[in-house]
Design a protein around this ligand. Structure first.
Ligand SMILES: C[S@@+](CC[C@H](N)C(=O)[O-])C[C@H]1O[C@@H](n2cnc3c(N)ncnc32)[C@H](O)[C@@H]1O
Length: 286
């Protein structure tokens, strides 16, 4: 069976999920029985040895709450030089994911069926992850449930501890209120807050959310939503974490490409302007 075995702790913390008695299809059940030895890893509260787990040294990307695993399997197939670790608590999704991974002949993927927070706290070695992906976390829209949202100050602490130098957290959500919540959590953290914020206003008749979707789908790049009244017209490029000059210029180029692909007219030269400014601020001339 999968590793969902550790729920009898005396003081259960607030969880970001409620375990649903998911209906397993016959093929998902078969996958859990037969493919778990190939992809699965039972939870155990001690740090993993990634080189042993994957049989090689390679950067590790961890995805939290991968759902049915479609995007996780696609990423693992597209980046065979990277090791992927998926963490999910929903058995039908885990079964689905293993079927897809097996059919695709993927060998750079391992799964843990357990609360991702406990996995991060107990199983992931410090400074060991190249990226933490959190795609469309459960939104918990009611105010009284916001404490269940997985993005909290303590979550940021964990990410800080577990990311390798140059590592990053990718978060995507399609809930405006959750996007604002994420911004607030990051902004409240002195290590993550940044006085620099770039906002792009789309012209009348062009939808900012469409640009955000294009950027996410094409470049795996998550742009923030606009605030309040400006939602739908404005998106933001947050400069968070160890966003360095190079990744900033790269992101601006990605935004320009996304605007092109989304058919939004815009002036050229944002990347040039950013490089000009960087040259000035680093004393590198004009
Ligand atoms: C809204 S779904 C999104 C699934 C997938 N990422 C997608 O984009 O389709 C959120 C998923 O996160 C999982 N999840 C929520 N909290 C989790 C936790 N603490 N540990 C592991 N999985 C979690 C849920 O079981 C659910 O499958």
């Amino acid at each position: 069976m999968t590793g969902n075995d550790n729920n009898s702790r005396p003081h259960r913390p607030i969880r970001s999920f409620v375990r649903r008695a998911g209906r397993l299809t016959a093929s998902q059940q078969r996958a859990l029985d037969e493919l778990w030895p190939e992809f699965g890893l039972n939870f155990s509260p001690k740090p993993l040895d990634f080189a042993r787990l994957f049989g090689r040294e390679a950067p590790v990307v961890l995805e939290i709450g991968f759902g049915n695993g479609d995007s996780l399997v696609a990423q693992a197939a597209a980046s065979p030089q990277t090791n992927f670790l998926g963490v999910e608590v929903h058995d039908p999704g885990i079964g689905h994911c293993m079927i897809k991974a097996h059919d695709a002949g993927i060998s750079n993927l391992r799964l843990i069926a357990h609360d991702a927070i406990e996995v991060l706290e107990e199983q992931i070695p410090e400074a060991s992850l190249q990226r933490i992906n959190l795609y469309f976390p459960d939104p918990w829209p009611k105010k009284r449930h916001h404490k269940r949202r997985i993005v909290q100050a303590s979550f940021l602490d964990l990410c800080e501890r577990l990311l390798a130098p140059g590592g990053a957290v990718h978060i995507a959500t399609d809930w405006a209120n959750y996007a604002e919540h994420i911004d607030e959590v990051f902004a409240a953290d002195a290590r993550e807050a940044s006085p620099a914020l770039t906002a792009v206003m789309t012209p009348e008749g062009h939808d900012a959310d469409h640009v955000r979707r294009v950027a996410l789908e094409r470049f795996d790049m998550s742009l923030g939503t606009g605030l309040g009244d400006l939602k739908g017209r404005l998106f933001r490029i947050g400069h968070l974490g160890d966003f360095n000059d190079l990744s900033l210029v790269g992101s601006l180029a990605g935004v320009e490409m996304a605007l092109d692909l989304a058919g939004v007219p815009h002036e050229r030269g944002g990347v040039e302007a950013a490089m000009h400014r960087l040259r000035q601020s680093t004393g590198g001339g004009t």
